[in-house]
Design a protein. Structure first.
Length: 235
């Protein structure tokens, strides 16, 4: 098939408008095989093996202290995610002097991050720089009464060097610990009109965990980064 035929095939199948730049210098056969538009660019989007289409499973109650080895990190398949853990200091602000404490909760943050190479996923420079298609992110986190702050999302659009921040979005909700329904909470954001130079998307969320007699992990699922052949904000 000729190069022009691959270009036409991409234009027709993805309904690319005439305002989307499609230069002949692009390898349209490779672009077509990557099928970049409308698919989740994150790998392993549900590392805890859960889906937001079903209620979060109940956490198992702990057995006798010492019956099992203590656990300090969530259990899951974190392939394709870069992970790290930050242990937080004990909060002793509400403990009166002289009180005897047997157990105190130890909180920690669990970080999961991925970086998406947009050119590697099939998007071409003229599209990213001139048309600037919408880049949408989505995540679902598990509601809990663990703490008033259990989740944070930080997404950055980066330049070609993978470090220069062109645009970013942070979401850090405060939970209502007096009202518990144990459901999934959706988080979403759309980047638009972000300017030229975007080549990577850095996606990071951090989850609050608690260790005392047992271990309680905040879980996430169905994380997504998607690029659509649309533009919600004119240049």
């Amino acid at each position: 098939m000729a190069a022009s035929d691959w270009k036409k095939k991409c234009k027709v199948e993805w309904s690319l408008g005439d305002d989307i730049p499609m230069p002949d210098t692009v390898d349209w056969k490779t672009i077509y095989e990557k099928k970049p538009f409308g698919r989740n660019l994150l790998k392993n989007p549900a590392p805890f093996g859960l889906t937001h289409c079903a209620p979060p499973p109940e956490h198992e109650l702990a057995g006798m202290p010492g019956a099992e080895p203590p656990r300090f990190e969530p259990e899951g398949d974190f392939t394709s995610w870069k992970i790290r853990r930050e242990v937080l200091p004990y909060d002793t602000s509400g403990i009166p002097p002289g009180a005897v404490i047997c157990h105190m909760p130890q909180f920690s943050w669990f970080f999961l991050e991925q970086k998406v190479d947009l050119k590697g996923e099939g998007f071409w420079e003229e599209l990213l720089d001139n048309f600037q298609p919408d880049i949408s992110v989505q995540d679902w986190y598990e509601e809990s009464q663990l703490h008033q702050f259990i989740y944070q999302l930080h997404v950055r659009l980066l330049g070609a060097n993978g470090e220069t921040v062109i645009q970013e979005h942070t979401f850090s909700p405060e939970e209502d610990t007096s009202n518990f329904s144990h459901t999934w909470k959706e988080v979403s954001h759309v980047f638009s009109n972000y300017g030229p130079g975007v080549r990577h998307v850095h996606f990071e969320h951090k989850l609050k965990n608690m260790s005392m007699i047992d271990f309680h992990a905040t879980r996430v699922t169905d994380s997504a980064v998607m690029v659509r052949a649309t533009r919600s904000t004119p240049h």
